[in-house]
Write a protein of this length. Structure first.
Length: 234
């Protein structure tokens, strides 16, 4: 299936990951198990995404516990932000924070799909110092954006939410976006990948063919946010 996707979309073939994704699909998987599986899947996909998207660079000299000197290693780029999409992106956050070697800022985006049009509506955005319109002279003085934003969005269904988030981050001023997801539908992945082709890499554990009339991936995972936070049937 992955052959129909553009080159900036990467679908994992890790066997353990595929087994965990199968477990996550099951209707019998409870909220505690869902949380653990989302964490574990996010960690594995995050390892693959950061292996390709980050670089190891030499740092200052330090000494081991036995007193031997060695050259430290850090990562590049030096400024990274994590951007979970509320609510379900919060279930991925701890995994990526654990993976990175040092703490980085976390900025939240709140987006929901309007039930009739299925188009995204932003209701929360705490990116600091929003960049003004290009015509504003103050735009040239804004240096607040991170070089890299890692966008956490467990399910890419229609792709509208991810595309809107990518556009927001691009307007904020990031140089690159890495999207980490658990599952995507082919049309949604195509839409998100085309939003900023030269600046976005999408990494996902699995891909399904399409969505139903409600914009839900089939067979899919259900509503990950509801499953994580026990709000099914709200």
């Amino acid at each position: 299936m992955s052959h129909s996707l553009p080159p900036n979309v990467h679908v994992s073939t890790h066997p353990c990951l595929q087994a965990k994704l199968s477990q996550l699909r099951a209707s019998t998987t409870n909220a505690r198990e869902t949380k653990a599986l989302v964490h574990e899947i996010s960690f594995i996909v995050g390892c693959e995404a950061t292996a390709a998207g980050l670089s190891a660079v030499k740092g200052p000299a330090a000494k081991t516990a036995l007193g031997y000197e060695y050259t430290t290693t850090t990562i590049s780029p030096s400024t990274i932000s994590l951007v979970p999409i509320l609510r379900s992106g919060l279930g991925m956050l701890d995994a990526i924070q654990t993976l990175l070697p040092h703490a980085v800022p976390v900025h939240h985006l709140g987006l929901f799909r309007e039930p009739v049009t299925l188009e995204p509506v932003e209701y929360y955005n705490n990116l600091p110092y929003h960049i003004p319109a290009p015509s504003s002279p103050s735009n040239s003085h804004n240096t607040s954006a991170s070089e890299l934003a890692i966008l956490l969005d467990p399910v890419i269904a229609t792709g509208g939410t991810s595309a809107a988030a990518i556009q927001t981050l691009k307007e904020w001023g990031v140089k690159r976006v890495i999207v980490i997801a658990v599952l995507g539908a082919v049309p949604g992945m195509l839409r998100a990948a085309k939003e900023w082709e030269e600046g976005v890499e999408i990494w996902v554990a699995g891909v399904d063919e399409d969505c139903n009339e409600r914009g839900m991936i089939r067979p899919g995972l259900g509503d990950v946010g509801d499953r994580l936070f026990l709000t099914i049937g709200k």
